[in-house]
Every structure is written in structure tokens, then in C-alpha cells.
Ligand binder design. Structure first.
Ligand code: HEM
Length: 170
């Protein structure tokens, strides 16, 4: 059996979900930016990200036409999620996997969609922040996207996912 490895080792090993874009650290930005320090920064990050995701020609319609996502309701949930991932805040205990299973049933979430999501996320993080937590936000997004992609497409679960993802009941 393989020895468990860190997310970064895993991501750099070429053994991520098939063709999902692997994460490679970006060159340090020329303008010094601060790191993500808490909920306010996270709210700024997710707000900027979802504004772009909603406007994206490939994945935007999933938010605006398939799910009719209520951003005002969704923002605090996303902040809970990222505070839990980045700062172990323990605020998020919902079933993100079931939610993406349901979306996938209405509009297939394939590699192209996940890679676009990751591209938008990575660009947004890089534009707004730099530092240890900013790196973690990008690495964890790749790990979770890989896990979501494998699971919604029925591949074996990843041992590297960091949030609780239960199979939907029933
Ligand atoms: C193809 C890529 C993706 C698409 C199109 C997508 C779309 C969506 C949509 C439409 C919702 C709202 C569902 C609802 O309100 O009923 C949602 C919720 C959510 N997404 Fe994604 N998503 C994607 C990838 C990801 C990734 C990679 C992550 C994590 C890194 C993520 C984390 C979440 C979380 C935490 C929620 C909130 C779930 C809850 O309400 O508890 N998503 N997503």
C-alpha cells in the first residue's frame, strides 16, 4: 500500500484525477499582497470569485440558470466552508458532495467545468492575496475539485479530501 503523502506531494506526483489541471505554485506577484487572515478576507475572495463564476460563459449558466443560486444566502456558507478548510474553524458541516451530485444530475460537471472553476479560483486568489493561506486555498481547491470530480463521475474516493463528503442518503 502507498504511504500517505501530503496534498502537495500528491498534486505534484502526476497521480491526480486524470486530466484535471494540476496545481503548480505561481511566481511571486510583483506587487506585494497580504495573506488571507480571516473571515473578512474570505468574504472578499468568495465574493470576487462568484462574481466572475456567474459571468463565465462555460460555468456561469450552471449558477444562474440550472441552480438559480441565491448568492446572498450562499456567501456566508462559502465563508464557513473556506474558514473551515483554511483555519480549521469547524463552521461547515453540510454535505457539499450531495449538492454537487444533484447539480451534476441536471448539468454534467465534467473536467472542462472543474478546470474552469479552478482557473477562475486560482486567478482570483493570486490577484487578491499571497502567502501561506493563499497557497493553501489553491492547493485545497485542487484537492477538493479532484475529489468532487472523481465522485460525481463515479470514480473511487480520494483519501486526500479535507472536508466531510458523505454519499447522499436515499
Ligand atoms: C464544475 C465546478 C463547480 C460548479 C459548477 C459548482 C457549482 C455549485 C453550485 C451551483 C452550488 C450551489 C448549489 C445550491 O445552492 O443548491 C455550489 C455549492 C457549493 N460548492 Fe460548488 N461547484 C463547483 C466546484 C466546486 C469546488 C471545486 C468546490 C470546493 C473547492 C465547491 C464548493 C462548494 C460548496 C462548499 C458549496 C456550498 C454547499 C452548501 O450549500 O453547503 N464547488 N457549487
Amino acid at each position: 500500500m502507498d504511504t500517505p503523502r501530503t496534498a502537495r506531494q500528491h498534486l505534484n506526483s502526476g497521480r491526480t484525477a486524470s486530466n484535471l489541471n494540476s496545481y503548480a505554485p505561481a511566481a511571486p506577484p510583483s506587487v506585494a499582497q497580504g495573506d488571507i487572515t480571516g473571515r473578512e478576507d474570505i468574504l472578499h475572495l468568495v465574493d470576487t470569485f462568484y462574481t466572475r463564476a456567474f459571468a463565465d460563459e462555460l460555468i456561469g449558466p450552471i449558477f444562474t440558470e440550472v441552480v438559480h443560486m441565491d448568492l446572498a444566502r450562499h456567501m456566508p456558507i462559502m465563508a464557513d466552508f473556506w474558514q473551515t478548510v483554511l483555519f480549521k474553524a469547524g463552521l461547515y458541516s453540510r454535505n457539499a458532495l450531495a449538492i454537487h451530485f444533484n447539480i451534476n444530475a441536471k448539468a454534467p460537471l465534467g473536467l472542462e467545468q472543474f478546470n474552469r472553476w479552478l482557473q477562475l479560483w486560482t486567478n482570483t486568489v493570486d490577484e487578491l492575496f499571497s502567502g501561506e493561506k493563499a497557497e493553501m486555498a489553491k492547493v485545497q481547491a485542487h484537492v477538493i475539485a479532484g475529489s468532487l470530480h472523481r465522485r460525481v463521475t463515479g470514480r473511487p474516493a480520494s483519501q486526500y479530501s479535507t472536508i466531510s463528503m458523505r454519499r447522499p442518503e436515499g
